[in-house]
Design a protein around this ligand. Structure first.
Ligand code: MLT
Length: 250
């Protein structure tokens, strides 16, 4: 039962890919779908997001640069913005600095020198995880691992570098799966390292976000209340899942 964690954004090969951007994209995406948004199209650039919204009238534009809502967009990237009143029944085109890009990076083809670990790799299931839906994600992954699917957890990081909060969340997921599946899991070094980071913080998200560079940055720029929402462990049962080019509630 191969469970691999990638601590930096890179192309991954697996049957199931789980992308994590605790602060804040994958947390906010879970809140949006839990609030009744119909779908989320993730876009690498502002131009792509505008183009996607142009194809489907009524699509909301969401996202940030430097954590701030983009000019002309309907919503920023704060989990607190994605209320039923704002998003119920709506499609969203969403672009962020790290999270939406990490999805594209994780799905990019790997170099020929690093072939996919299974023959089934081209058909992939793609999920979004954060502390807010951790148990729901673990419940989906356990049976897939039981079928010997290769599961890759891709941390979004920050501007191409390491992000402590994403690694800790990946480790939390590893710990949950270890509890269910025990020694049958085969882990790469990233999975083992992330589990150590999770052990250091446990469920103390306030301390984790104080130590994490992006957590401090958000607090210093007036987004302190978002930290509480992003660290609300298992607040939601929704798992954003990729279907026909968009994320929908799974
Ligand atoms: C991102 O995807 O880059 C983050 O969600 C940034 C943010 O906190 O808005």
């Amino acid at each position: 039962m191969p469970l691999h964690v990638y601590l930096l954004p890179e192309p991954v090969a697996a049957d199931v890919v789980v992308v994590i951007d605790v602060l804040r994209f994958t947390s906010s995406a879970a809140y949006a779908l839990a609030a009744g948004a119909r779908s989320i199209a993730t876009c690498e650039t502002v131009e792509q997001a505008r183009a996607v919204a142009g194809y489907r009238p009524g699509t909301l534009l969401a996202g940030e640069r430097q954590a701030v809502k983009l000019p002309g967009f309907d919503l920023g990237n704060s989990p607190l913005e994605f209320t039923p009143a704002a998003v119920r029944g709506r499609d969203i085109a969403w672009t962020t600095t790290n999270g939406t890009r990490a999805i594209a990076t994780a799905l990019a083809p790997r170099r020929p020198a690093a072939p996919p670990p299974t023959e089934r790799a081209p058909h992939r299931d793609l999920l979004l995880a954060s502390p807010v839906n951790l148990s729901a994600v673990a419940a989906l992954l356990a049976p897939r691992l039981g079928e010997d699917a290769v599961v890759a957890v891709a941390c979004s990081g920050r501007e191409g570098g390491f992000a402590l909060e994403d690694a800790a969340c990946a480790g939390h997921l590893v710990a949950r799966l270890r509890r269910t599946l025990g020694d049958a899991l085969t882990m790469n070094d990233g999975a083992r390292a992330s589990a150590c980071i999770h052990e250091a913080y446990g469920e103390d998200f306030a301390r984790l976000f104080r130590d994490a560079r992006h957590g401090r940055w958000l607090r210093d720029h007036g987004f302190g209340s978002d930290l509480e929402a992003c660290g609300a462990l298992d607040a939601l049962e929704v798992v954003p899942r990729w279907r026909d080019g968009r994320f929908v509630a799974g």
